[in-house]
Design a protein around this ligand. Structure first.
Ligand SMILES: *Cc1c(COP(=O)(O)O)cnc(C)c1O
Length: 402
């Protein structure tokens, strides 16, 4: 008999847990979109999004998901036939490169596979070899959601600067914004993309392109940009139809407003620290389980791990068995392994992911880890002891510091 009745925890890397305040904010009649409260809210929403992204420049909102702004960001600065370089550290980097391919952009991919970091020397060599400055943009994910690897945009910017290369630096922060520390302007990203359903805790349907004046100048050099993709009209302000090139996502905007209030009331530094401590608790539990079994984190170096999503594995097919058991019996849903297939395990059934982004706290993470511990025992999957102790210790030590 299952023990899953009660409130569930969707511990997948997006969409994330939706706060009650966010859900309640959508319980309302259709608002006027031409005047009044919603229209007056919009400039503040943009300002707050820019604060969270760490930019003083521009934010263009779109109705759509992450794939939408993958396309949009590219289409504003790159034309068919242009060249770009993609630094891929997992499935999501490769998918962005594929979107570029769909737009007729020639993408050179530095594919670092499922575990390895970006090789800055290789990047440096590629940029220096491009003396004619054919490469118009370098694409990277801040956090790759499939592998859980976190990359360093500031380090990539430093290589671009040292090589005196004018390519735009475009960073996918869909999995990291509002979870991991990110400072667009300080770190030298020209374009940053995000979506509302991960760290921003809002039901899926809105996505954002942040861009600076260098990116804006590149947009100015484009002969043509599809009207609905064009970010120019979306930053002009005024009526809501300007921001969204048509009807705005009314109820999602109320939801987003509530989510931004939660983030900014807590304080961005506190939000980042909370994610870090809770991530460390999950990693400590996994390390302990791994002492007596096959549990293993995908990224060995803690400093290179996302604070929002953690990729792990057991022996095939135990990742899938564990996920299914948890959902059926405890109310916890873990994320599927993505792009972790091998010839022996074509469906990535060894792999799974913990989503720990957005509206999560210590009791949710401890409950989730306790449930995983139950699952390992119930399914007789070999594991080490002391995982919950280790996780509890991480949180307690942090809280003792005050
Ligand atoms: C979720 C995600 C995407 C894709 O977003 P969708 O809303 O599913 O289209 C792209 N990049 C990263 C890093 C993501 O985490």
């Amino acid at each position: 008999m299952s023990l899953s009745q009660g409130r569930s925890y969707l511990a997948i890397p997006g969409p994330s847990v939706m706060p009650d305040q966010v859900l309640r904010a959508m319980q309302r009649a259709a608002p006027n979109i031409y005047a009044g409260e919603l229209m007056e809210m919009m400039p503040g929403i943009i300002t707050d999004l820019k604060t969270i992204a760490g930019t003083q420049f521009h934010c263009a909102p779109y109705i759509g998901n992450g794939h939408m702004v993958w396309d949009v960001a590219l289409a504003n600065v790159l034309a068919e036939g242009d060249h770009a370089l993609c630094l891929a550290t997992g499935r999501f980097g490769l998918l962005w490169a594929d979107m570029a391919d769909g737009l007729g952009i020639h993408v050179d991919i530095h594919d670092y596979g499922r575990r390895d970091p970006i090789d800055l020397d290789r990047l440096d060599a590629a940029l220096r070899a491009d003396s004619g400055h054919q490469i118009k943009a370098v694409l990277m994910t801040h956090v790759d959601t499939a592998t859980g690897r976190k990359n360093d945009p500031a380090a990539v910017r430093a290589v671009l600067d040292a090589a005196d290369h004018p390519a735009l630096l475009m960073v996918d922060c869909i999995a990291s914004l509002g979870c991991d520390e990110y400072r667009m302007d300080d770190w030298g990203a020209d374009i940053t993309i995000a979506a509302c359903q991960k760290g921003l805790m809002t039901p899926p349907g809105m996505a954002f392109v942040f861009f600076n004046n260098r990116a804006q100048a590149a947009r100015g050099r484009m002969t043509r940009v599809a009207r609905h993709y064009d970010w120019q009209s979306r930053i002009e302000g005024g009526i809501l139809a300007n921001y969204f090139n048509g009807t705005p996502p009314t109820h999602l905007l109320y939801a987003l407003r509530a989510a931004l209030d939660l983030i900014l009331t807590e304080g961005l530094d506190h939000v980042w620290t909370r994610h870090h401590v809770l991530a460390r608790a999950i990693w400590a539990a996994c390390d302990a389980w791994g002492q007596g079994g096959a549990m293993q984190l995908n990224i060995p170096d803690p400093a290179a791990r996302s604070h929002a999503v953690t990729a792990a594995r057991l022996n095939a097919p135990d990742g899938t068995r564990l996920r299914n058991w948890l959902e059926a019996n405890t109310g916890v849903t873990l994320g599927i392994g993505l792009g972790m297939d091998t010839p022996e395990d074509p469906h990535s059934s060894a792999a799974f992911r913990f989503g720990h982004m957005g509206h999560i706290n210590a009791q949710m993470v401890m409950g989730m880890l306790g449930s995983v511990d139950m699952g390992l025992k119930a399914l007789s999957i070999a594991h080490g002891d002391g995982a919950l102790e280790a996780a509890s210790r991480i949180c307690a030590d942090h809280l003792k510091q005050g």
